[in-house]
Design a binder for this molecule. Structure first.
Ligand code: ADP
Ligand code: MG
Length: 316
C-alpha cells in the first residue's frame, strides 16, 4: 500500500493508539512482577467469519468482542490488542466507519489499540489480545473436577439465531446485537479467579466447548435439559425446540462456561448479583467421559450427531 498506507494509519488508527506506543517499530507494555502475560490471536475472514459487505462499524466491534473473549475465559486483565488489517482497497467511507466502531469498542471494553499492520488483499482482520494474570491464577480448561457444577453466563444461541435475520433484522434486534456486538465477559472472568476450577468461552457452541473443557479435565458432563438458558428472542421467533438446539450447538455466543465446586454456589450467585449478569447452573462434571443429558429420571447421549433433538423436545 506504499504511500497510502502511512496516511491511512495516521488518519484512522494512530489517533486510537496511546502516544507512547504510536509510530515506533514496537509497542511497549509494563507487566507487573508476579504476573503472567496471556496472549491470544484470532483471524476473521470476509465470507467465512462474517458476511460479505458487512457494516464496517459493526464489524470492528465484533472483531474486538470475539477476540477479547479469550482474555475473559482465562480471567486476564486486558492490556490491549494489535490489529493486522488486510483491505482490498482504500475506501475512506469504510475506514471511517471501521475506526469509529473500533474506537467505541476500545472504550467500552477498556482494551487499548497498541499497533498493527496494514496490507492489501481480500478483506480480513487478525487481532492479538494481550492481558495479565497473577502467576498460576489463570482459569484453565483443565482444572475441572468430578462433582463440580457446570455454569454458563447469559443466554445461548442468540448469535446463531441472528444468522436467519441478517437480511431482515426488524423485530430481531436483540439477536442481531448478540451477533454484531458480543460482550466478552471480562468482568466475570476476573471475578471467577480463585472460585472457578475451569473455564472456557463459548465460541463454537456449548457442546463443542464444554466438550473441550471435559477432554482437558479428563471427565464428562451431565446436563439438565430444563436449565439450558436459550435466548428468549430466539425462542419467541424460532420456537423452543430450535432455540434449545441453537443454545447447544450454535457458535459465536462468547459467554463463559465454567465449573466450580458445589460449595462455591453461594459465591457464584453473589458474583452474578454483583455483575448484574445471569449465571445458570446447567449440570455437573462426572467421571464417565462424554456429554449426556438428563431430564428427570431419563438420561441419554448428547452430541451434534446423537440425541440433542430429543434433549430439545417440547417436554423439556
Ligand atoms: P513496519 O513496517 O516496521 O512493520 P508499519 O509500517 O507496518 O511498520 O507500521 C507503522 C506503525 O503503524 C507501527 O507502529 C504499527 O504498529 C502501526 N500500524 C500499522 N497498521 C496498523 C493498524 N492496522 N492498526 C494499528 N496500528 C497500525
Ligand atoms: Mg508493517
Amino acid at each position: 500500500m506504499a504511500l497510502a498506507e502511512f496516511e491511512l494509519i495516521d488518519r484512522y488508527f494512530s489517533p486510537l493508539i496511546a502516544a507512547q506506543n504510536r509510530g515506533d517499530d514496537c509497542a511497549f507494555l509494563t507487566v507487573e512482577p508476579g504476573c503472567e502475560l496471556a496472549i491470544s490471536t484470532d483471524t476473521l475472514v470476509e465470507g467465512i467469519h462474517f458476511p460479505v459487505g458487512a457494516d464496517a462499524e459493526a464489524l470492528a466491534w465484533r472483531a474486538l468482542g470475539c477476540c477479547g473473549s479469550d482474555l475473559a475465559a482465562v480471567g486476564a486483565q486486558p492490556l490491549g490488542f494489535t490489529l493486522a488489517l488486510t483491505l482490498p482497497a482504500v475506501e475512506d467511507c469504510w475506514l471511517e466507519a471501521f475506526s469509529r466502531g473500533l474506537k467505541a469498542a476500545v472504550q467500552a471494553l477498556g482494551m487499548p489499540l497498541l499497533g498493527g499492520d496494514t496490507t492489501r488483499g481480500p478483506l480480513s482482520l487478525t487481532l492479538s489480545v494481550l492481558g495479565t494474570v497473577p502467576a498460576h491464577h489463570a482459569l484453565r480448561r483443565s482444572g475441572g473436577q468430578v462433582g463440580d457444577q457446570v455454569w454458563v453466563s447469559g443466554h445461548l444461541g442468540g448469535a446463531a439465531a441472528a444468522l436467519d435475520f441478517i437480511e431482515q433484522p426488524t423485530g430481531a434486534e436483540a439477536l442481531l446485537a448478540c451477533y454484531w456486538r458480543p460482550r466478552p465477559r471480562l468482568d466475570l472472568g476476573l471475578a471467577l479467579r480463585g472460585i472457578a476450577h475451569a473455564a472456557i468461552d463459548i465460541s463454537d457452541g456449548l457442546l463443542a466447548d464444554l466438550g473441550h473443557l471435559c477432554a482437558a479435565s479428563e471427565c464428562g458432563a451431565v446436563l439438565d435439559a430444563a436449565q439450558i438458558p436459550a435466548h428468549p428472542q430466539a425462542e419467541a421467533l424460532l420456537g423452543r425446540t430450535r432455540a434449545q438446539e441453537l443454545a447447544l450447538i450454535g457458535g459465536d455466543d462468547y459467554e463463559l462456561c465454567f465449573t466450580a465446586p458445589t460449595t462455591a454456589a453461594p459465591t457464584v450467585t453473589a458474583v452474578s448479583e454483583q455483575l448484574g449478569l445471569s449465571l445458570h447452573c446447567i449440570g455437573e462434571l462426572v467421571a464417565e467421559p462424554g456429554l449426556r443429558w438428563r431430564n428427570g429420571d431419563e438420561i441419554g447421549p448428547l452430541s451434534r450427531r446423537a440425541g440433542y433433538q430429543h434433549f430439545g423436545s417440547e417436554s423439556c
